[in-house]
Design a protein around this ligand. Structure first.
Ligand code: NAD
Ligand code: COI
Length: 333
C-alpha cells in the first residue's frame, strides 16, 4: 500500500519508516502541510496521513477525490480544523488518534504544579541575578498537603487523578459525567465548590464554545487567595486578561499555561514563522510565578510513536476492512 505522510517532523520519521517497513508499505514523506496545492504529491497513494493545526479545507478533499484517495488519517487528537462537511461531500473518510498518551499531558500538568508549589521560578530568577542567599528564602508547599481541583475527568483528567492519588494529594473533581473508574479516589463536587475549596485548579475539558472562558474574572474571584491555576486543555478555556489582573493583585499565587489563549493557528510551524510575540505572553513570561509552554504537553517519545502507529493502522483498517475504531464522523467534528 502506498501512503503519503504530510507535515512530517524529524521525530516522526523513524516511526513512520519502522511501521511501513514492517508492513511492506511504500512510504512517501514530506514536511509540507496538506493543502490544495500540495495534495498532488500524494498521487498514486491509497491513503494520506497528516499532522497540522491549520485547516484541512474543502479544496484538499476535492483534490483527494480527484486523485482517488479516500482516506485521511490525522496523527493527533483535535479535529476542529477539519471541514467534515467537505470530507463527506467528496467521500473522504477521516480518522484521528483519540488517546495517544493521556499521561503525557497529565504528567505535564503535574510538573507545572510542582514547579509552582516549590516557587522554582523565583529561585531561578534569584540565581540568575547572582542572589544566592535570596534564592533560599522561597518556602514551598507540598502536593501531599494540597487540595487539587480537577475539572474534567476524561482520559487526561483520570490519568492525572491516579498520579495525584499516588502522591497523597486530596482530589476534588467536577465533570457533568464524572469518571466511574473504581481505582480513582476523588470527591465529586460542583464547579463552585471546586473553585472555593481547591489550592490548585487544573483544566482537562474540551475547547467547545460553551467552555470558552470557563475560568473568567468571576470564577477566579471564587478561588482561594494564593491558589494556583493550570491550563493544559485548550486556549479558549481561560480569560487571560482576568488571570493577569489576579496575578498582579496577588489573588492568584501562580499560573501554568501550555495552551495560551492567543497561540498561533499554525502551532507546529512557529520556527519557520519566526519568533512569537504577544503583549500578554510577554507580561506572563516576565512573572516568576508563571510557567509558560508552547502547547507541548502532548510531546513525548511515547506520544509521538503512538500518534504515528495509530494513524497508520487506521489507514490499513479503512482500506482492508472498510472500518476503523478511530474514524471521526462528520457530526462529531
Ligand atoms: P476526554 O474527552 O476524554 O474528557 C473530557 C471530559 O471533560 C469529559 O469527561 C467531559 O464530560 C468533561 N467536560 C466537558 N466540559 C466540561 C465542563 N465544562 N466542566 C467539567 N467537565 C467537562 O478528553 P481528554 O482526552 O481527557 O482531553 C482533555 C483536554 O485536553 C481536551 O481539551 C484536549 O483537547 C486537551 N489536550 C491537550 C493537549 C496538549 O498538548 N496540551 C494534548 C491533547 C489533548
Ligand atoms: C491534540 O492532539 O489535540 C493536541 O492538543 C496536540 C497538538 C499538537 C495538536
Amino acid at each position: 500500500m502506498k501512503i503519503t505522510a504530510f507535515g512530517v517532523r524529524p521525530d516522526e520519521r523513524q516511526h513512520l519508516e519502522r511501521w511501513t517497513r514492517q508492513r511492506g508499505d511504500h512510504l512517501v514523506q514530506t514536511t509540507a502541510l496538506l493543502t490544495p496545492e500540495t495534495v498532488a504529491q500524494a498521487a498514486g497513494s491509497t491513503g494520506i496521513t497528516s499532522f497540522q493545526t491549520v485547516p484541512y479545507e474543502a479544496g484538499v478533499f476535492n483534490r483527494m477525490s480527484q486523485l482517488g484517495i479516500k482516506a485521511l488519517a490525522l496523527r493527533n487528537t483535535g479535529t476542529d480544523n477539519v471541514d467534515f462537511a467537505a470530507a463527506a461531500h467528496y467521500g473522504v473518510r477521516v480518522t484521528n488518534v483519540p488517546a495517544y498518551s493521556p499521561s503525557a499531558i497529565a504528567e505535564f500538568a503535574l510538573a507545572d504544579m510542582l514547579y509552582l508549589l516549590r516557587q522554582t521560578g523565583r529561585v531561578q530568577r534569584d540565581l540568575h541575578a547572582d542572589c544566592y542567599q535570596q534564592a533560599t528564602t522561597h518556602i514551598g508547599r507540598e502536593l501531599r498537603t494540597s487540595t487539587v481541583g480537577v475539572i474534567g475527568t476524561g482520559r487526561i483528567g483520570s490519568s492525572l487523578i491516579a498520579s495525584l492519588n499516588g502522591l497523597g494529594a486530596t482530589v476534588l473533581a467536577f465533570d457533568p459525567h464524572p469518571s466511574t473508574e473504581p481505582r480513582l479516589q476523588f470527591e465529586p463536587v460542583s464547579f463552585q465548590a471546586l473553585l472555593r475549596r481547591s489550592d490548585i485548579v487544573t483544566l482537562h475539558v474540551p475547547g467547545t464554545p460553551e467552555n470558552t472562558h470557563l475560568i473568567d474574572a468571576a470564577a477566579i474571584a471564587r478561588m482561594k487567595p494564593g491558589s494556583l491555576l493550570i491550563n493544559t486543555g485548550r486556549p479558549n478555556l481561560v480569560a487571560t486578561t482576568a488571570v493577569i489582573a489576579a496575578l498582579q493583585s496577588g489573588h492568584l499565587g501562580g499560573v501554568g499555561i501550555d495552551t495560551f489563549e492567543h497561540e498561533t493557528a499554525d502551532l507546529l510551524a512557529l520556527e519557520a514563522a519566526g519568533h512569537f510575540t504577544d503583549p500578554q505572553w510577554q507580561t506572563l513570561l516576565a512573572m516568576p510565578n508563571v510557567i509558560l509552554s508552547p502547547h507541548i504537553a502532548y510531546y513525548t517519545e511515547t506520544a509521538v510513536r503512538n500518534m504515528v502507529d495509530t494513524a497508520l493502522q487506521a489507514l490499513h483498517d479503512l482500506t482492508e476492512r472498510q472500518a476503523s475504531d478511530c474514524e471521526v464522523y462528520p457530526e462529531a467534528g
